[in-house]
Design a protein around this ligand. Structure first.
Ligand code: ADP
Ligand code: MG
Length: 394
């Protein structure tokens, strides 16, 4: 693949005076009209700073929430522009119009090293439809296109795919580059590669499991999805969350792993309760009794997975090992997270809840890469092409 990076774009002052459209991920949570978590705004700054100091005229665009193709006052990006200005320490213009003559006028007023944020891309139905006219309207705002929104790179939208096909020059931003660099390590890993998969639903992650099964040296499964696998092996699961219509699929994954002579680890003990409730009495069991549900991997399993993490040379982790939001059910996730943090190997953690778990434990700085794009990272490590990345390949 030949994807230009920012250094290429900025070389020899080439970006000075040019209108650079940056597709960023500014999809932040809002509370009372202000960003309640500005992590994504902060993450977008390195690319923006580089372009601004290179003298570019920067036009930033993003989606926010799911307005379904219509303007919604509660989903305006205006408060994001205000927060971005505070963080950048410079004025950030805001265009109420995403495209069209008014937006073009605002862009035309930019001077070198100035920045403008456009209104929510998804106020227009053409964005998610990857409509050619909407992509053209976005392209009319710029000379160069930069994609820095990894989290939406697995979607072929007007601002991630359509625009890239019609703008003369394209490049990947620093955030996107970093994601691709780290996730490429999982695609082509130093071995052994340990994949830790957990979370709520097998159905969400079945395709990933199937793709990773022959690729990973060790596949360690926790979270609710473990019980569908235990059911596939004919083990008792009590009233744990089992996806009955996926048991057959789980059996297929088990068979694929066996054929590939890889190791698939399932919990050998469980923390169970009779209800998913704060304060519910819990027990540690090897076999789940009728009427009890698994809410976390047990201490023996957690220690075994953590030990795998300490000896792995590459780790990819997606999905918590239990209902970590409740402290009583967070021990398994905590023990495994510590093992991942202590591993000398390269560690990549992805997924919204997985990142929340790692951050709650304050272990973020000891993980090599925290992937911002859950869905996109899962598709990429499976070896799938991401439309937003392919569109940058010239
Ligand atoms: P991510 O966002 O990291 O991709 P998921 O969304 O797939 O992760 O799964 C996270 C959710 O899975 C959490 O809300 C957690 O409470 C839930 N979960 C984990 N283990 C269990 C379990 N044993 N029973 C029910 N829910 C579980
Ligand atoms: Mg989630």
């Amino acid at each position: 693949m030949a994807i230009q990076d920012l250094d290429g774009l900025l070389a020899g002052g080439r970006a000075a005076g040019r209108r650079v459209f940056v597709r960023a991920d500014l999809n932040v949570p809002l509370a009372r009209g202000r960003p309640s978590d500005d992590t994504r705004i902060r993450a977008s700054l390195p690319t923006l700073r580089k372009l601004l100091s290179g003298g570019a005229r920067v036009v930033v665009a993003s989606h926010l929430g799911r307005p379904k193709g219509e303007p919604r006052r509660d989903l305006t990006l205006r408060p994001v522009a205000a927060r971005m200005a505070e963080l950048l320490g410079t004025a950030v213009g805001f265009s109420e119009h995403t495209v069209g003559p008014a937006a073009e006028q605002r862009v035309a007023e930019l001077e070198n090293g100035q920045i403008l944020l456009l209104e929510n891309l998804r106020f227009h139905p053409g964005e998610t439809a990857n409509d050619a006219d909407f992509a053209q309207a976005l392209a009319a705002l710029c000379d160069v296109y930069v994609n820095d929104a990894f989290g939406t790179a697995h979607r072929a939208h007007a601002s991630t795919a359509g625009i890239a096909a019609v703008v003369p020059e394209v490049a990947a931003g620093d955030l996107l580059q970093a994601e691709l660099r780290h996730l490429a390590v999982v695609r082509d890993p130093a071995r052994p590669l340990l994949c830790l998969l957990g979370g709520a639903k097998v159905s969400d992650k079945l395709a990933v499991l199937e793709a990773l099964a022959p690729h990973a040296d060790v596949l360690a499964i926790g979270g609710a999805m473990a019980y569908t696998f235990l059911a596939a092996k004919g083990e008792p699961t009590g009233s744990s969350r089992v996806e009955a219509d996926r048991v057959e699929d789980a059996r297929r994954v088990l068979a694929a792993v066996e054929r590939a002579e890889r190791r698939l680890l399932l919990p050998t003990d469980h923390l169970v309760a009779e209800a998913l409730e704060v304060g519910a009495p819990t027990r540690i069991v090897k076999e789940i009794p009728p009427g009890w549900m698994g809410l976390d991997i047990g201490p023996e399993t957690a220690a075994a997975y953590a030990q795998e993490a300490r000896t792995a040379r590459t780790i990819f982790w997606n999905g918590p090992m239990g209902v970590f939001e409740i402290d009583d059910f967070a021990h398994g996730t905590e023990t495994v997270a510590l093992g991942v943090a202590e591993s000398p190997g390269t560690s990549v953690v992805g997924g919204g809840d997985s990142l929340a778990a790692v951050n709650k434990l304050d272990l973020g700085s000891r993980i090599d890469h925290l992937s911002t794009g859950g869905g996109a990272s899962l598709e990429f490590v499976q070896g799938l092409e991401l439309p937003g990345v392919t569109a940058l390949d010239r």
